[in-house]
Ligand binder design. Structure first.
Ligand code: C2E
Ligand code: CA
Ligand code: CA
Length: 856
């Protein structure tokens, strides 16, 4: 039995490759057909017959070949079909029974006959006829080498058995070579695969079939040699064999398909949706012999996602942007689950030509679509899970307000940087704490506070070096991990630069605020790791706060048990209850006469364990705790008591009390002050409230209200540390104070720095035009006193005159006086010219001096 395959050759498609392939295919088929005519011509020229009766056997043979070629097994390959038939065994039998040229002619006629019945396409018909003609001709030549002539139907001569075997074997090999060589090539071109890929399909069945065909031909040749009538029995035998081969191939193909389907479904078991879709789009065409496969998923915003695969192309994108499909005929399966009513999308197979699916193919497609549905659902669920996990991981490592890394991530990154510090430079940590942040929060509300924090975060991030990590530790605490430092000294430099980034004012609800911050710097310690680094930066930060500097660098020598952090709420409460807060008074002196004109109250904490603590050491903690009102009350109480005592003794000295900016945010503060004044019977104008000059203060309405209330009641206001703030003038225009206190910084430098002198002079001028008094702080020497006087400043306080002391000691000092003048602390200033005596405003009844009036 012979078998052969044939293909439908032309595919229509929009794709360029298709057209190119079409042209190549036509050319190729044309060549084969052209050569076929040559072969036929050769055979016709050699076929002689004398008697028309001699045409009987060739005619029967042609019919047998036709019968063998007709019923085919159709295997679909994409939209092409591959046909298997038993032609080869029929040709072998012809070789064994007819002269060579007749074999060729019979083949041509037989195949043509068969094809005319089954095919409509001229190109396909002519190609198949030509191919088999070539195959038959080559087989005849091969058989001729073994002298297999026509097993003389008339002569009855028996060819030797072994000769027949070898001859027919050579013939079938040659036929197969032509059949597969030419046929597979057409199939490869039409389906855009390779010759080898086609050849390897079912190769074992092919081989098996060829061997069977050879055996049949052998037996048939022997039989025909005995009785030519047996030829009649051949067609049914061929048919049975054909059916067996067909079933074998079908079930084999089916098995293979299911195996591949199972494998494909298995491969869908991946977490990533894109991988799932890619896998389906590339596997499904092979699975269903389709030209293309695509999955379409409805996307958000109406634009569907399309993933399309074929042997040569892959597309994953929006449907709108997808190239036109290469194949027009479509079989599709919705992606639907049993559990949910709606479809996830659709799986489409595209074919170059209309294709009819067998029932089993429909089942397969359904199975694949259902597996794809599950895979997509799984991938989506996994992606969601991953997203949630990522979100959690992000949230765990970031601060939700500013988006900055949080403490945890800072510690982790610091740990890493620690391990790599030798090869990537040194590591240092800058801990930043905003000053007066709580005020913003309390007065402008948390939203404004949040805005400030976000702005600060942005400014710090912008200012940071690449590689540095800016983190928010919580509240108003930020940290910057400085990495890649060539030397530790550079850390200070970078920290300063970073903090100066915060100088820019921030606009919050139409108000301009400036954030003040101070920072503590610590470089990586030898031991103790990140925790120690953080602790050191913290210590340095407190040092910066206490000393009023913008930054401080950790120094081991100054790292005593940190008092600031020991003081917790409980301790403060005890301090208030046990009257551990006491007040010292520093006299303020008329620089010209040396007479005491008022006194400033300065708080101290007599701590049972830590001894005497200065305000710098505990103020921050007090301000942050809820104990500030109690503390301020204690200071005011003691100050007014002291005032009463001095007045009793004849010294009517206004007392100046420092006020925390935070106290001014407290609604009850003004009334608390006024009621204390009333309780002590102290006139309001004998109390001076010293306000620290901060910008935040100046813009808050609560503060304005509190200050006006106090001012209207007669309380005097002084602006402390004047000149150090960023915009002293702005503050001044908002807060109507009575007095300016020139910061110690300028006084210390008054002799040496012309700039400091200029600041003092302009402050004095300003005060004069606004009718304010001026007090110089921290006067430590006679030359300073002198210089200040020359600059027009007429009042001062400082170690030159007296250190802060208890109220009773101050009274004793006042009584003792200087140079026989009670109430004076030093001699009259002897200027080059004359001594300018300051006019004194006498307090009614008692006392001596009040605030000095400025020289006219
Ligand atoms: P301040 O208002 O500028 O007070 C002047 C500071 O300078 C005082 O430091 C004082 O002891 C110091 N001082 C005075 N004369 C000289 C001098 O000639 N040379 C030098 N080097 N220093 C001098 P103290 O007492 O440590 O107070 C520090 C700051 O703490 C004060 O600065 C004030 O802002 C704040 N403070 C003090 N007592 C209170 C209080 O009861 N309430 C509030 N809210 N703040 C207070
Ligand atoms: Ca003060
Ligand atoms: Ca001051």
């Amino acid at each position: 039995m012979g078998y052969r395959e044939s293909v439908t050759m032309v595919s229509k498609g929009a794709d360029v490759t298709y057209e190119k392939t079409d042209k190549q295919l036509r050319l190729y088929v044309g060549l084969v057909v052209f050569a076929g005519f040559g072969t036929l011509g050769w055979a016709a020229s050699r076929a002689h017959f004398a008697d028309p009766a001699e045409l009987l056997y060739p005619a029967i043979m042609a019919l047998i070949i036709m019968a063998a070629n007709g019923p085919v097994v159709r295997i679909r390959l994409r939209s092409q079909h591959r046909y298997f038939s038993s032609t080869s065994s029929a040709i072998l039998i012809a070789i064994a029974s007819l002269p060579g040229p007749w074999v060729v002619l019979c083949t041509a006629v037989g195949v043509l006959g068969a094809k005319l019945v089954t095919q409509r396409n001229v190109m396909k018909i002519s190609f198949n006829v030509a191919k088999d003609t070539h195959g038959a001709a080559l087989a005849v030549l091969a058989a001729g080498l073994f002298h297999i002539g026509p097993v003389s139907l008339d002569s009855g001569a028996d060819p030797s058995w072994i000769n027949l075997l070898l001859g027919l074997a050579a013939a079938i090999v040659c036929y197969a070579a032509v059949d597969d060589g030419l046929g597979n090539q057409v199939l490869a071109m039409a389906t855009r695969t390779t010759w080898l890929q086609v050849a390897l399909r079912n190769w074992d069945i092919h081989l098996f079939a060829r061997v069977i065909h050879l055996a049949i031909a052998l037996l048939a040749a022997q039989a025909i040699a005995r009785d030519p009538r047996l030829l009649i029995a051949l067609p049914p035998i061929l048919l049975v064999l054909h059916l067996i081969a067909r079933n074998m191939m079908r079930s084999r193909a089916e098995r293979e398909d299911w195996r591949r389907l199972a494998q494909t479904i298995d491969e869908l078991n991946v977490k990533d949706l894109s991988d799932v879709l890619r896998s389906v789009a590339t596997q499904a065409p092979k699975l269903f012999s389709a030209d293309e496969a695509e999955v379409e998923l409805p996307g958000e915003g109406g634009d569907a996602r399309l993933v399309r695969g074929s042997s040569g192309h892959f597309y994953d994108g929006t449907r709108a942007a997808a190239p036109a499909p290469a194949a027009a005929s479509v079989i599709e399966a919705p992606l639907e689950g049993h559990d949910s009513g709606h479809d996830l999308g659709v799986l489409r197979l595209r074919f170059g030509k209309a294709v009819k699916f067998r029932e089993s193919e429909h089942y397969k497609l359904k199975a694949l679509a259902s597996a794809l549905y599950t895979a997509i659902r799984n991938a989506n669920a996994y992606a969601e899970l991953q997203r949630v996990a990522d979100e959690h991981a992000y949230a765990a490592a970031h601060d939700s307000l500013t988006g900055l890394p949080n403490r945890r991530q800072l510690l982790e990154r610091a740990e890493e940087a620690f391990d790599n510090r030798t090869d990537q430079g040194m590591v240092a940590l800058l801990l930043i704490d905003l000053n007066h942040f709580k005020e913003v929060n309390d007065t402008l509300g948390h939203q404004a506070g949040d805005k400030v924090l976000r702005e600060v975060a942005t400014m710090l991030e912008r200012g940071a070096h690449p590689g540095d990590l800016v983190a928010r530790l919580g509240g108003d605490e930020f940290a910057v991990l400085l990495t890649g430092l060539p030397t530790p000294a550079l850390a200070t430099h970078r920290a300063e630069a970073l903090l100066s980034c915060l100088d820019r004012s921030i606009e919050i609800d139409g108000m301009r605020l400036t954030v003040e911050a101070c920072g503590g710097i610590a470089s990586a310690p030898g031991s103790g790791g990140v925790t120690e680094l953080l602790r050191r930066a913290d210590v340095a930060m407190y040092q910066a706060k206490r000393s009023g500097q913008r930054t401080a660098t950790y120094e081991h020598a100054r790292d005593t048990a940190d008092i600031g952090r020991l003081m917790l709420g409980g301790e403060l409460r005890r301090a208030v209850a046990e009257h551990e807060f006491v007040v010292d008074f520093q006299p303020i002196v008329d620089l010209g006469s040396g007479e005491v004109i008022s006194a400033e109250a300065l708080a101290r904490w007599h701590h049972p364990e830590h001894g005497n603590l200065s305000p710098m050491q505990f103020l921050e903690t007090v301000e942050r705790s809820g104990q500030l009102p109690a503390f301020a009350d204690a200071v005011l109480e003691q100050s007014l008591t002291a005032y009463g005592m001095w007045r009793e003794a004849g010294f009517d000295l206004p007392v100046a009390v420092n006020v925390s900016p935070r106290s001014l945010l407290d609604d009850t503060f003004p009334s608390a002050v006024l009621s204390r004044l009333a309780a002590h019977g102290v006139p309001a104008d004998r109390l001076v409230l010293e306000l620290a000059e901060t910008l935040t203060l100046s813009q808050l309405e609560v503060v304005d209200r509190a200050l006006s209330e106090l001012r209207d009641a007669g309380v005097r206001l002084a602006l402390d540390d004047f000149g150090t703030g960023v915009s002293s003038l702005t503050v001044l225009s908002r807060i109507p104070v009575h007095q300016l206190k020139i910061d110690r910084e300028f006084v210390t430098a008054v002799e040496t720095s012309s700039e400091a002198a200029a600041v003092i002079r302009s402050t004095v001028d300003l005060a004069r035009s606004l009718h304010l008094t001026v007090v110089a702080e921290g006067v430590e020497s006679e030359p300073q006193r002198h210089a200040l006087w020359e600059l027009g400043c007429v009042a001062g306080q400082g170690h030159l005159f007296a250190r802060p002391m208890r109220s009773d000691r101050l009274l004793a000092t006042l009584l003792r006086g200087s140079g026989g003048r009670p109430g004076a602390l030093s001699d009259v200033l002897h200027t080059a010219g004359s001594v300018v005596r300051m006019p004194h405003r006498r307090s009614p009844g008692h006392g001596r001096s009040s605030l000095p009036h400025l020289p006219a």
